[in-house]
Design a protein around this ligand. Structure first.
Ligand code: PLP
Length: 410
């Protein structure tokens, strides 16, 4: 870590954005204006308009390694949840009495379970692998309840790289549809175009808290044009061009305004990537990195939307949480105590979940805003190490002369 960071940690006033674990900064009104003006011209506000089509073409180019904008690898959706639901309905249909279960991790955000419930499935929580933090394809292929499962839904925890080849093998060997909740995994699919599968769809979220964002939005990635066409129909009420309603779809379309945000976000994507890399480097850097508190897990291991402190045990993690809270620094256990401990899913059947239980107590989300300065990050690291520069009681919101903000994002 550079000398300037060490000095800054002693003398600086940390920014108020440290008070929230995630403080999104999306493209400004100025950068949106040309796109908004185009909406005024075309008077096309939703229903797969010009900007949605442009966004899909540019994302196609990104996800195919720049090879071709004509390759159809994705369809956008109004949210990540809508993308999951459309992918499930296209890949598996609604749950049946013979196969009512959806095998999924408990170590995820509540949206995973809520989306499959809306498709008629009953979540069944399976424990995660301690290394990958998600379902293990081999364990799922041999799972005793697989015969009752109409769906398997692995989750890319914090946007880690999904084992798409492993899930393709599970699907091919068992016939059970697999849909990956890849909500936070934008970057792995950009880095490795080969990840987009022809048989296993993956759903991304473009929510404001994600690294690439349309404010609200999402997409289904699938190397199968006829299935993508189905996804587009499902997320447009299940109707054809002749306005025939063929199946139970829903309104899951991305609006032109959200597409405008996505296009502006793509315009600055390279700069955003550089900023995210700088933040990860500062967190991982040198002599102010947390030693006893645990290991920093940041991009590219996880999505740039997250910086995770992986502590050796629950007690150390709890102490870190307390130290940061005492300085007004926002943290979050992003996946709570696991879905099996959420009241809404209390009746859902599950396996023993020892790894999930441990990870929920060991993983702590640290501030990850794109505009964090090296000084902010040094302040977090010093606090984790128990070094309180500048007096013990000072809270960040107060030092910055602002009212401490309430967390706005789940
Ligand atoms: C793992 C996971 N699944 C699903 C979702 C839902 O995405 P959205 O908020 O875009 O509906 C999220 C969003 O935070 C998520 O983190």
């Amino acid at each position: 870590m550079s000398q300037s960071i060490r000095q800054a940690a002693v003398t600086s006033t940390p920014s108020p954005s440290l008070a929230q674990v995630q403080s999104p900064r999306l493209p400004t009104a100025e950068t949106l204006l040309p796109y908004l003006a185009r909406i005024d011209e075309t008077r096309w506000y939703s229903n797969r308009g010009e900007l949605v089509q442009r966004l899909e073409r540019r994302l196609n180019a990104l996800f195919s390694g720049g090879a071709s904008e004509a390759t159809s690898l994705l369809v956008t959706a109004s949210t990540g949840s809508a993308a999951i639901e459309a992918a499930v309905l296209a890949a598996a249909g609604r749950a049946t009495p013979e196969r009512p279960l959806a095998l999924m991790p408990s170590y995820t955000f509540v949206a995973t379970a809520l989306s499959v419930i809306r498709c008629g499935y009953r979540p069944y929580f399976v424990d995660v692998d301690p290394e990958t933090w998600t379902l293990d394809p081999d364990a799922i292929a041999a799972h005793p309840h697989l015969a009752e499962a109409g769906l398997v839904m692995p989750v890319t925890a914090y946007g880690r790289v999904p084992d798409m080849r492993g899930w393709e093998r599970v699907h091919a060997a068992t016939g059970v549809p697999v849909v990956v909740d890849a909500a936070p995994a934008f970057e792995p699919f950009v880095r490795d175009p080969g990840l987009v599968s022809a048989t296993v769809p993956a759903a991304l979220s473009f929510h404001a808290t994600k690294s690439f964002s349309t404010a609200e939005g999402g997409a289904v990635l699938w190397r199968d044009e006829s299935r993508l066409f189905q996804v587009a129909q499902i997320s447009c009420f299940g109707v054809t061009d002749q306005r025939l309603c063929l199946f139970e779809g829903f309104n899951g379309k991305l609006s032109e305004y959200h597409a405008a945000m996505g296009l502006a976000c793509l315009d600055e994507w390279t700069r955003r990537e550089d900023a995210y890399a700088r933040i990860a480097a500062a967190y991982r850097g040198g002599d102010t990195a947390p030693d006893q508190a645990g290991t920093i897990v940041a991009t590219p291991e996880v999505s740039a939307a997250y910086v995770i402190l992986d502590s050796p045990n629950a007690a150390v993690s709890h102490l870190a949480e307390q130290r940061l809270a005492a300085r007004g620094i926002g943290t979050r256990r992003w996946y709570g105590m696991g879905l099996h401990r959420q009241p809404a899913f209390a009746d859902a059947p599950h396996d023993p979940l020892p790894v999930t239980e441990e990870l929920t107590l060991r993983h702590l989300g640290l501030p990850a805003a794109i505009d964090l300065t090296d000084e902010d990050i040094a302040f977090v690291l010093h606090t984790l190490n128990g070094n309180h520069a500048g007096g013990g009681e000072t809270r960040i919101g107060a030092t910055a002369g602002t009212t401490p903000r309430q967390p706005r994002y789940g």
